[in-house]
Each structure stands twice: as structure tokens, then as C-alpha cells.
Design a protein around this ligand. Sequence first.
Ligand code: PEP
Length: 254
Amino acid sequence: MSRKVFIAGNWKMNKTAAETAALCQALKEKFADVCPCKADVAVCPPFTSIATAIAELKGSNIKVGAQNIHWADNGAFTGEISGAMLKELGVEYVIIGHSERRQYFGETDETVNKRIQAALKYDLKPIVCIGETLEEREGDKTEAVLEKQIKGAFSGISADDFKKIVIAYEPVWAIGTGKTATPDMAEATHAFIRKVLAGLYGALAEETVIQYGGSMKPENSRELVAQPDIDGGLIGGAALKADSFHDLVKNAIG
Ligand code: PEP
């Protein structure tokens, strides 16, 4: 079994188009020493910066993703963005079900499922986020919460489609807080997620890339990604500067 490391930067609501151009130029230079044979790398800017990022990163080994997708093809959904719109721009990945969307924008397992189906329809690779809150972890509910999120997200998704999916395990209490799950704690949860996936998709679970997200930085990326079931990262804060994102990736791949 060999899963390739995949590290993606989630820029959230940061970087105007002009700032995106500057960051992408710096990333393009920095990442020239990262062999695409060792890791897949992507950045996910806000919608308004995607076209700029794609133009600036052309010819580099950095791919571009979006942070959300609507499930309808088009229509009266003010403020939303469809799969066709993203595909036309040249987007390759799309983050779905980030905890901030679940917390602030009413995302549910059902809407996550609908967005996954839309992404697959437009040949975009979903990065599906799951994770427990601090209250759920302390209440010993982590496994039940993750199992429910997984089963809800992948309801009706065929094995063939499941092959295109990346999972990001992001304990909500570790996102943007500086608190990272210890490598042992994260590994135990990743192994549990893989076990649930095996129950749904059998041997395919061994091929699924499961990223860790939650205060990953250059100082801890090596130890986290060295764990057998941690295959990369979804990075927030540390992805907003070329130096820290580059060093995080370089350290992770050794
Ligand atoms: C995230 O929001 O996906 C994330 C992991 O953020 P941070 O790295 O800042 O904790």
C-alpha cells in the first residue's frame, strides 16, 4: 500500500486577488524544490482569487482548489457557486464540510453529501472535512460523531466515486487554536476513520488519503505525517505565508 502525501492550504477568507498574485509568485519559487513525486500540494483561495491563483501557478507543481461548492447546476441560489463554474476555471479540488461551514453556515451531513455528489459530477476531487468538538471529545463521543459524519457524507456514493475522495480529519478544538492533537491521538483517530471506511468500502480504505488538520505547522508536520494513517494535512494559518507553507511541506516529506 502506498498513499502519496497530500497537503492543501485552506486560505479561508484571506487574500485579495492582488495578495493572491504575490503569494502565488512566492510559492511558485519556493516549491520548485519540492518534487511532485513526493507530495501533492494544493492551495484553496477564496472564490474571487481562484482565477488569479490558477494563472499565477501555471507551470508549477501546486494545484488549486475551492473552499465550497453548491449542489445545484445553476439557478436561483444567490451567493452560491456551482461545479460548472469551478470546473471552467480549472479548479481541481474542493473542500466540503469544513467545520466553520458546519458551525456558522448550517452545513449538515446531508448538505455535505449533496455537495460531494455535485463535485463528483463535475470531476472535482472533494476534500471532505470531519471532526469532533471539544465537548464531544471530552464526552467520549468522538468515534460516534465521526462515524455519523462519514456515513452521512458518503451515503449513496459508489466505490468508484469514493476513489476520488480525500478526507480531512480536523478536530474542531485544534483548528486555529494552536492546540494540536498529539501524533498518537491523531493516529488513533485516523486509524478509526480508516476502519469505518473499510466497513463501507473494503480494501479501498487502504488507498484513501486522510489528511490531518488543526494547527499543523513546520515544527510538527514531520511527526504527524510520519504516523502510518496520517497522509498529509489541511492547513489554515500556516498556509498563508510562502515560507511556513513550504517548510511545513518539506518537513512533512522528510
Ligand atoms: C483549517 O481550518 O482547516 C485548519 C486546519 O486551520 P489551522 O491550520 O489554522 O488550525
